[in-house]
Design a protein around this ligand. Structure first.
Ligand code: GLC
Length: 556
């Protein structure tokens, strides 16, 4: 297999469509690799692990926020969008990372967080200092409180993390924060806000960044009437598309049309992908070539591991992507959800929040079955047309660290929900690179979230070169995908046994997933990948197999 890796083609710099079928690997910088022993992952740590990414065979890396931040929301509270958190590195080290990735043929996508800044941002500090009615406050969403002295919030809206969405500043004014209080929302009607973000995009594009992942892309523009509806009124209103006061408003696409001009002023054009939790039919405008160009499809984060569900999700999303003139995206894990090896270890319908509150014991997860299904699902999505987004550690088959002690939790969800939701820290524990050594090879010191002792068993060095390990499975899958991936087409194979989904791709590539409980016959062809153990002529339950059509093989 090694010759495949050596021959890896580096996409030409002028390739404007690299993203359409890319494998994009998400790095959560503070938890990836730590070079200096302070327990927080950093840019030199990532640069040192570029060989791992190259060997894995990814096309691009998406870096979650690495900007200066008080970490009220894991870095999504950005103090300065055009700088690097000194605990994570320097701009020079950022440039080194770009160089190392590009030399390895890997593109770089960075996270842009445009809905809010942090409360330490210089413009928010200026707004606080300047007082009510000042031009400085107009860059954010300030409102007079209700009551004689503004002592009551302008409305009873709640934030995404729980608790009120308005925070008082002590002079009768309140500001809107759809997320944590440390994340004041920008006022996107303000020209300074628009101009500043264009400058941020150019800043990173000029440094060689290939694309952007846009955080909460469906928020940003707001229309808040003089009298605000109550939370209950908003819920009951059954609003037409685009009429919600702060989510998924049509005007947000004017913002992205302006960003598109910036993206297209580069050669090759810079790319973008929207994080927009909107109904599927509203995704198209985010994914339009006149806007961001691509949008996340999170349907598989919510889907049961089930043949009919998976097929429907794929059919719908390929159609949506085609209608939007984009390509689909496939996501099984990211930094906001329970890792898929654990999701698939729980009985369908399990309340994951309650499961986390039980420290992962109620119900007890079927760890082996979860990994089996996770690998099958991964091989399924990697065979689909479109781009696949992988989350760091999934190539090790990492399950969620569900038993983090309450005292160690960092996610604002924990406190803001009044201890009723543990939050997202369990998928953000620093990676185990080695079975032995401090912080399992994460770095020379500790790790900012504690690692469980079982990390030794799943460490990358234990899996490296071990036949059948999840790491080797991912490496093979990505190498075979690179070889077989052609045009963005798929044909379903009908008449398969119950619980089986099978499709072919042009060029003689077949993917079969057995979601059902019983083994099914192995179709004809040369097996080039199997997510589990193949019986002689049978595909066992919870297993995906890829076959290459002998006839479709290019002659040697
Ligand atoms: C996005 C991020 C999430 C963050 C939130 C607020 O959903 O993925 O991690 O907490 O936005 O920025």
């Amino acid at each position: 297999m090694s010759h495949l890796l050596e021959e890896r083609p580096t996409a030409p710099a002028t390739d404007a469509t690299w993203w359409r079928q890319a494998v994009v690997y998400q790095v959560y910088p503070r938890s990836f690799a730590d070079s200096d022993g302070d327990g927080i992952g950093d840019l030199p740590g990532i640069t040192a692990r570029v060989p791992h990414l190259r060997r894995l065979g990814v096309d691009a890396v998406w870096l979650s926020p690495f900007y200066p931040s008080a970490l009220a929301d894991g870095g999504y509270d950005v103090d300065d969008h055009r700088a690097v958190d000194p605990r994570i590195g320097t701009l020079a080290q950022f440039d080194d990372l770009v160089t190392a990735l590009h030399a390895a043929g890997i593109r770089l996508v960075v996270d842009i967080v445009p809905n809010h800044s942090s409360d330490r941002h210089r413009w928010f500090q200026a707004a606080l200092a300047a007082g009510p009615g000042s031009p400085e406050r107009e860059r954010y969403v300030f409102r007079r409180g209700l009551g004689v002295d503004g002592e009551r919030p302008p409305s009873d809206w709640t934030s995404v993390f729980g608790g009120p969405a308005w925070e008082p500043v002590g002079d009768g004014d309140w500001y809107l924060h759809l997320f944590a209080p440390e994340q004041p929302d920008w006022n996107w009607d303000h020209p300074d806000v628009r101009a500043d973000h264009l400058e941020t995009l150019r800043f990173w594009a000029d440094r060689g960044v290939d694309g952007f992942r846009i955080d909460v892309a469906n928020a940003l523009t707001k229309h808040l009437p003089a009298t605000l509806p109550s939370a209950e009124e908003l819920r009951a209103a059954d609003l037409p598309d685009g009429a919600h006061p702060y989510f998924d408003r049509d005007e947000v696409h004017e913002v992205y049309a302006a960003w598109r001009e910036v993206f297209d002023s580069y050669d090759p054009p810079r790319t973008a992908v929207a994080e927009a939790w909107v109904p599927a039919h509203r995704r198209a405008r985010y994914a339009s070539p006149l806007g961001l160009g691509q949008a996340f499809n999170f349907d598989l984060l919510l889907a049961r591991f089930d043949a009919a569900t998976y097929r429907t999700v794929v059919e719908e999303n390929l159609r949506f992507a085609r209608d939007a003139e984009s390509s689909s995206t496939w996501v099984l894990s990211n930094h906001d959800v329970v890792r898929h090896a654990s999701r698939f270890a729980l009985p369908p319908g399990t309340d994951e929040k309650a499961w986390l509150l039980s420290d992962g014991h109620d119900p007890e997860p079927d760890v082996a079955g979860g990994l089996r299904r996770a690998r099958a699902a991964t091989a399924f999505v990697l065979a689909l047309p479109g781009s696949a987004y992988l989350y760091q550690g999934e190539e090790l088959g990492l399950p969620e660290v569900a038993d983090l002690a309450r005292a160690d939790l960092q996610d604002p969800t924990w406190l803001r929900s009044g201890g009723t939701e543990k939050g997202r820290d369990g998928c953000r524990v620093p990676l185990p690179w080695s079975a032995e050594g401090p912080s399992h090879g994460f770095g020379p010191g500790g790790s900012h979230l504690p690692q469980p002792s079982w990390f030794a068993d799943v460490a990358a060095d234990r899996q490296d070169g071990t036949p059948g390990s999840t790491l080797e499975f991912y490496r093979t899958a990505l190498a075979v995908r690179r070889r077989l991936q052609t045009v963005e087409e798929l044909s379903w194979v009908e008449g398969t046994p119950e619980g089986v989904v099978q499709f072919t791709r042009p060029g003689g590539w077949t993917c079969l997933t057995n979601f059902g409980p019983d083994p099914v016959p192995l179709p004809a062809g040369q097996v080039v990948l199997c997510s589990g153990e193949l019986g002689s002529d049978l595909v066992p339950a919870d297993t995906t197999v890829w076959l290459e059509d002998e006839a479709g093989r290019p002659s040697a």
